[in-house]
Design a protein around this ligand. Structure first.
Ligand SMILES: [Mn+2]
Length: 319
């Protein structure tokens, strides 16, 4: 009987699976991709009697493939924090879905495992930019400040790796990164011994330096719209840069645009930290989606840019 581990390629997806497989080791075919590759279940070639674990990609996007797998006789275990719509009811589906605003998939799995690999939950939460939740989870572990800072950097670096549009811009494929990371129950041995961590850290540092030189396209009281140039570094850095801006100006919303291959833009939106809502509703107006705190648009046509800027202002203007 074959098993498939299907997970988002960002820090939350990778660390959620890592925790689960430390506690419950299994041979598995890995199915993952860049952060925006979320329609992952349709790639799973599972048959009756096989099993699938899915982490950190929404049921809504994968509904058809999920129902098809269940009907084919496949058993599915599902952990996620994205808006799911209705969760299918099926004897072979075990789903743990929690869409509360400061819950990531790593935290859902942590609760499932009774905190068995808490230190990786902290990395997952930092990766999803839930620094407060991460610090709270870390409190009982008695870590030094420098160690906590390293865990934050690890989460941010793993997350940074996944934000590209296509696999050609990746520092390392998330499946390969997971496989290296999974050799380490202790994140500090990963940090200290695996060259990929230094590579990610350095690449992220250089990309952030480039991003910081770009002036905002729109800068208003309620938020900023940034347009990054058409370059691999822009595509790699936009997610972590968005998180950084959101953390630095907690009362402002942020949108980061990067030109796409179709003459339009991909867009990442971060709601103000102080309200943590509105990002998904804004993005849905442009065929995008996500969570209330963080959402995105895969393709915003160029001529829709002024409409988007208006909608951004409407969405986040203070009464
Ligand atoms: Mn997540």
């Amino acid at each position: 009987m074959a098993h498939f581990d299907v997970f988002n390629g960002d820090a939350d997806g990778i660390c959620a699976l890592h925790q689960l497989r430390l506690a419950d080791p299994r041979e598995a075919t890995l199915v993952t991709g860049v952060k925006r590759d979320i329609a992952l279940l349709e790639r799973v070639d599972a048959h009756s009697g096989d099993s699938v674990t899915v982490l950190d990609v929404s049921i809504d996007v994968n509904r058809q493939a999920l129902v098809a797998l269940l009907e084919r006789g496949v058993t599915v275990q599902y952990f996620d924090h994205h808006g799911s719509g209705e969760v299918p009811v099926h004897a072979r589906l075990h789903a743990v879905i929690n869409t509360a605003p400061a819950i990531c998939t790593g935290i859902i799995v942590d609760r499932w495992l009774g905190g068995a690999h808490r230190i990786w939950t902290i990395v997952a939460a930092f990766g999803d930019n839930f620094a407060q939740a991460a610090r709270k989870l870390a409190a009982p572990l008695g870590l030094q400040t420098a160690q906590l800072d390293l865990l934050q950097e690890l989460g941010e670096c793993v997350n940074y790796n996944a934000y590209v549009d296509n696999e050609a811009d990746l520092v390392m494929h998330p499946a390969a990164l997971y496989s290296i990371l999974h050799r380490h129950a202790d994140p500090f041995t990963f940090i200290g011994t695996e060259p990929v961590f230094q590579e990610l850290r350095e690449s992220r540092r250089l990309d952030l330096n480039l991003a910081r030189r770009i002036q905002p396209l729109v800068s208003a009281l309620h938020g900023k719209v940034m347009l990054l140039p058409d370059a691999p570094w822009s595509r790699r850095v936009r997610g972590v840069y968005g998180n950084l801006l959101a953390t630095g100006s907690p009362d402002q919303a942020h949108a980061i645009l990067v030109p796409d291959t179709q003459g339009g833009y991909t867009v990442s939106v971060r709601a103000p930290f102080s309200v943590l809502r509105g990002a998904d509703a804004l993005c849905r107006q442009f065929a995008g989606g996500g969570r209330p705190a963080a959402a995105g648009i895969n393709h915003l046509p160029q001529d829709k840019l002024p409409v988007f800027i208006d909608a951004f202002e409407q969405a986040f203007r203070r009464p």
